[in-house]
Design a protein around this ligand. Sequence first.
Ligand code: UDP
Length: 464
Amino acid sequence: KELMGSQQRVAAETHILALPMPFQGHMNPMLQFSKRLASKGLKVTLLNFTDKQWSKSEEHGSVNVELIFDDTIFSAVSGQEDDDIMSGYVYLKNLYAAVKRRLPEVVAKHGESGYPISCLVYDSVMPWALDIAKQLGLFGAVLFTQSCAVTQIYYEVYQGKLKVPVEKAHVELEGMPPLEIYDLPTFLYDLENYPISLSLSTSQFFNIEEADWVFFNTFNSLEDEGLKWMGRQYSITPIGPTIPSTYMDKRVKDNKDYGLSLFKPDIESCMDWLDSRETCSVVYVSFGSLFILKEKQIEEIACSLKRSNHYFLWVVREIEKEKIPSSFLDETSEKGLVVTWCPQLQVLAHKAVGCFMTHCGWNSTLEAMSLGVPMVAMPQWADQTTNAKFVADVWRVGVRVKVGEEGIVAKEEIDLRIREVMEGETAIEIRENCQKWEKLAKEAVDEGGSSDKNIEKFVAKLAT
Ligand code: UDP
């Protein structure tokens, strides 16, 4: 006990800096990982390069969020319809310049105030942050915010073992099921639309050997074979899922536990509305923070939701709102709620939610699995296609829609898939699988679980 007490004291003096990529799907896991580290006694400061967050810094309790707003870098992320965010060479260049300029200032400031920083935890798509950390004499720990399977695929491309653009019908990779082209991340075959996204994805490995720790937001039992395979390439450490334990224990009181939202969630209307619905009666629909659906796709979803037997809660972001058919909101006011952003974890943890129609962003996928919610997988781009493959065929916690003409999923297909996860034999099987993964996710992060132990080891090592 005495030894543990002294370790805690040393840990409290150990100060780390967390540097997320300023996108919602990257900030959430970094903030949550930071909170876990803080709960183990470390002092954590998270650098936030955007003033777009809705929740303010003081709401993050254990983690000190330092706003380093620089309007030169963030303009692209707010997303105009035509913005291809990831093709923002200028954005990335500006981000690099801002970090290079500001990081030494932050490190010097904390050094002078008596809480010197010893380690930088940075997002894997910012590999250059490691060089800056090393120049400042810090340890560098990289956090991969995508799945291990997707990381392996990008790694195979980086190594030249998987040639792009992929044109083969099937791809066989060790430890993975056979993958069709449309199961691979879209950057591997749609090079024209995403010119720099693939190089950004492979850049994650440039200097990975020099990182002192390589963290993955996944857990052992979820990606057992993949993690073993990646572990033979590098020394890697799974620390996920980075879901706050208050949610995993279904002890949700408010949304402060998640925080740093770039969009204003409609907390009260969502939760009040869900409270008045019966268990498993609601289809929750969201496509994350980045992808903008075509008008035709929104129309198909609207039509399907309108005629389905189930209630729905649908997130249609501000930027897409105009695309909702004009009479839809009036005609469905009794059975549905449409919001521009919601407290997603709180929603997924609510007993009224029966399934999640999702784009399968990695965070959304992990959140649904950790909270035991069946999915209708409707991937759009990037790594979502691979996540959807695993959701439907490996973990079997959902079904995947078939894409029709011009890349649109037809209303009949959506009807069918929603029914499959909400009613009948398949739904029962999927729900059982969901319960299994929910339990395993919780075990991984509970005290003594595989991810928890990994985090403890990191903290102990830093604190010595
Ligand atoms: N999210 C949210 N409210 C919403 C939609 C999404 O809080 O209405 C959160 C969600 O919980 C997740 C993140 O935004 O943590 C989206 O990340 P993900 O990797 O799923 O997708 P991306 O936005 O990167 O495509």
